[in-house]
Each structure stands twice: as C-alpha cells, then as structure tokens.
Design a protein around this ligand. Structure first.
Ligand SMILES: Cc1cc2nc3c(=O)[nH]c(=O)nc-3n(C[C@H](O)[C@H](O)[C@H](O)COP(=O)(O)OP(=O)(O)OC[C@H]3O[C@@H](n4cnc5c(N)ncnc54)[C@H](O)[C@@H]3O)c2cc1C
Length: 403
C-alpha cells in the first residue's frame, strides 16, 4: 500500500525549511536575479545550517544527498524516508527561490549523483564537497549516449579530454561529476562518471552563460584538456559491461528527476499563492463547491491550475516514496518531472496573465517565476524526453525500439 503522508518528524523539518525560505531565501530573490553572476554569499551560512540539520538527524538525510537508497532506516516495507524528506524540503526552498536553491553549497546535482552510485570509501572522501554535474556537450544534450568526452587509462590515472557546457554551479562548486567514455568504439556501455576536483591541472572554466531565468545560479562551460584524475575517482564499476553499465549511470536520473519535479512544485505553489491573494484583493474568491462554469473566469482558471498543481505534487511524492521503498521508479520519476515542470511553466505564466500589468512588472516576483520555471522543463531531461521514457516504460519498449 502506498502511503504519501510525511512523518511527523518530516513535517517539523519541512516547516523549518519553509520558515528559512520565507525569511531568508525569498527576500534575496530579486537581488540576485538582477545581479547575475554575483555570488549569493548569504547562502554560505544557510548551507552550514542545512549541514548541521543533516548531521544532527533532524533533516532525516534530506537534500541532494538524501537520494541514496537502502539506508533509510526501518525495513518495514512501507516507509517514507530521505527521498521524501528531500523532495518536501526542496519544494519549500523553491517556493523561496529556485536559482538560490541551485546555488546552495553542497546541494548540487553532482552531490545526488555521488550519493546514488559512490562506494563507501568515495562517500567518505567526498563528504562536504559541493559537486556539479557535467553531462551536456556542444554536440550532445538529450542524447546523452552521444557524448564525445573521453577518459583514457594511463597508469593509476584517467586522462580526461572534452568540453562540457551548461554546468549548473560549474564555477562555484568544488568538483564536477563528468560523464566520459572509456572507449568510444564501445558505444554507451563505455560511458562512466568521474569526479574531477576544481584546481585539477587541465580543467578550466571557460565562460559563464547569461540566462532567461535562475540568474542566481551560475551556468558554466568547462574544458578538460589532458586532465588527470586518480582511478579512485571513477564512480561505479570500471568494467564495460554491455548496456548494464550505462543503465547504472542513467539511474542517477531516477534519483534527481523527482528533485527537479519538487523544484517545479515549489515554484508553482509560490505563484499560485501570490495570485490567490491578488484575486482576493480584487474580490474574486474561487469556490470549491460550485462548478467552474458558474464562476468568474479568473476563479475557474485558478481552480484548474490548482488541480493541475495537486496532480504534480502527488506524482512527485509517489516517485520519492517508491525510491524510499527500494523499488524501481524510473517511470514515476519521468512522469513526475514531465507533469510538474509543464505545470510550473503553465501556472506561472497564467498567473502573470491573471495579474495583468502587475504580473508582468518587477513589482511582484510572478514574472521572475515564469522565467525561472522554464529551465525545470529542460534540464535533467526535457519534457519530450520524459514523455519518451514514460512511453517506453508503459509499452515495454527499448530505447532502440522507440526513439
Ligand atoms: C540553465 C541550464 C542549466 C543546465 N544545467 C546542466 C547541468 O548542470 N549539467 C548538464 O549536464 N547539463 C545541464 N544543462 C543542459 C540540459 O540538460 C540540456 O540543455 C538538455 O538536456 C537538452 O539538451 P539540448 O539543449 O542539447 O537540446 P536538444 O537535445 O538538442 O533538444 C532540442 C529539442 O528537441 C527535443 N528532442 C530531442 N530529442 C528528442 C526526441 N528523441 N524526441 C522528441 N523530442 C526530442 C528536446 O526535447 C528539445 O525540445 C543545463 C541547461 C541549462 C539551459
């Protein structure tokens, strides 16, 4: 039986996250939207608090590291653990600001990748490291099996060569998890992930991108030119094992997509709440007891958006619940991300519309949320890619059979 009810302890933590988002994160939103590429130094202190909560157990392992499977406490069969805590806390933080959440030290998507596949020695060695995720290249985005970056064995090291683009937190993080091929002639089976620490000779941040939204978050191009990393920095198995190896690397997405869905849920809720207040001030009250066609157009629109949002919220919790219970969640992770990201895009833009000129201006954060939410339907797999994965899983077709 599925149980999407967060535990009491989780609620306490979620409430704390909400308070932090309200008092600390949201007030910084506009400042760092306008000051693109300026480092939000206020987050250093906040990150230490989050670390402290995690270490004290109050955070129940929430955050980027909370996606590790199999260490969620009880084995009763039905449990809500750190995946659930992670998505709930991310929803709150992104109700505050998505760009700032993405700039939070030690909460990178690379941290989730490390938590997903690192062995115990690597986990200990990399504890406290802020890690970005570097998959995308100038010639490869959605088709991640087409990457050109290589990692050649040389003595006790791998030598990495290639260029990665659009690396979130790529300038600020301490390390990046880089996807590279051990042998391009062996196709995607040879793709592995490597931790490359900043300052490693041969690795350089080439440039930062200017963006539509999430401007508080830095997005970098990183070049690897004969960049040497120890063999111990390869995550997972070094064997080239048919498609199983690549499937292992791809599994990281099953853990990170619910997190991106949670970002979308948080951002969408922020827009809904502000819009509801505006409607109230204008004398429009959505009525849950009457059919939409008997209500004002704005109220009916609002109710439809809220229903969509609720579906996204539930799908996101379901994807996390399945992960917490040690079951494969690839289908649900993609469904949650597809639904939540599209909902956040639709809701935020329609809230701008309902608020009219105020919505379009910088008096409110509505226009910003409409810009910020767009990325959630692009990175970690676009809308179309999530739909493709969903279709493959439902129809039981391979990536060769349905592309
Ligand atoms: C702000 C930002 C931050 C990012 N952060 C990171 C990061 O931290 N790490 C990282 O590795 N990458 C990151 N990315 C890159 C992101 O993951 C890619 O942009 C995304 O995967 C899409 O790849 P692409 O841009 O090459 O588009 P393409 O793959 O070229 O796709 C273009 C369009 O075609 C559609 N499409 C592609 N294939 C199919 C198909 N088979 N069927 C139907 N439609 C299809 C796509 O949905 C899309 O609409 C980031 C991007 C941005 C903009």
């Amino acid at each position: 039986m599925i149980n999407l009810e967060p535990t009491k302890k989780m609620w306490a933590f979620v409430n704390q996250a909400h308070q932090v988002a309200a008092e600390f994160v949201r007030p910084l939103s506009r400042k760092y939207d306008l000051a693109e590429h300026a480092y939000p130094k206020e987050l250093d202190m906040l990150a230490s608090i989050v670390d402290g909560l995690g270490e004290s157990g109050q955070g129940q392992g929430a955050g980027a590291k909370g996606v590790r499977r199999g260490d969620n406490g009880d084995d009763s069969g039905i449990r809500n653990g750190s995946n659930m805590a992670s998505v709930l806390s991310i929803m709150e933080m992104c109700w505050g600001d998505v760009g700032l959440l993405l700039s939070m030290p030690r909460q990178g998507l690379g941290n989730s990748a490390i938590a997903s596949v690192a062995d115990d020695e690597q986990l200990e060695r990399l504890d406290g490291v802020w890690a970005g995720m570097a998959i995308t290249e100038p010639g490869c985005g959605s088709d991640s099996a087409a990457i050109q970056t290589t990692a050649e064995v040389d003595g006790d090291d791998y030598v990495i060569n290639g260029e990665k683009i659009f690396v979130t937190a790529g300038d600020r993080c301490d390390a990046v998890v880089v996807w590279a091929s051990l042998d391009r002639s062996k196709g995607r089976a040879a793709i592995k992930s490597f931790v490359v620490e900043k300052g490693t000779p041969g690795m350089r941040v080439e440039r930062l991108d200017h963006k539509l939204g999430i401007r508080a978050s830095d997005t970098a191009t990183i070049v690897f030119d004969n960049c040497r990393v120890p063999r111990a920095n390869l995550l997972g198995s070094p064997e080239v094992e048919g498609d199983q190896g690549f499937a292992g690397v791809m599994q990281t997405f099953d853990n990170t997509r619910p997190l991106v869905a949670a970002m979308a849920v948080g951002c969408g809720r922020a827009a809904l709440e502000v819009t509801r207040d505006m409607l109230h001030d204008a004398g429009v009250e959505p009525d849950y007891d009457r059919p939409p066609h008997l209500q004002l157009g704005a109220a009916a629109t609002y109710l439809a958006m809220e229903a969509d949002w609720e579906a996204a919220y539930l799908l996101t919790l379901e994807a996390a619940w399945i992960a917490d219970n040690g079951k494969p969640n690839s289908l649900q992770a993609s469904m949650a991300k597809a639904k939540a990201a599209r909902t956040a895009n639709d809701v935020t833009l329609r809230c701008v519309e309902l608020a009219g000129s105020v919505g379009y201006s910088e008096h409110e954060l509505l226009e910003k949320w409409a810009r910020d939410s767009k990325i959630l339907d692009i990175f970690e797999g676009t809308q179309q890619i999530q739909q493709l994965i969903t279709a493959r899983r439902l129809l039981d077709l391979s990536s060769t059979e349905l592309r």
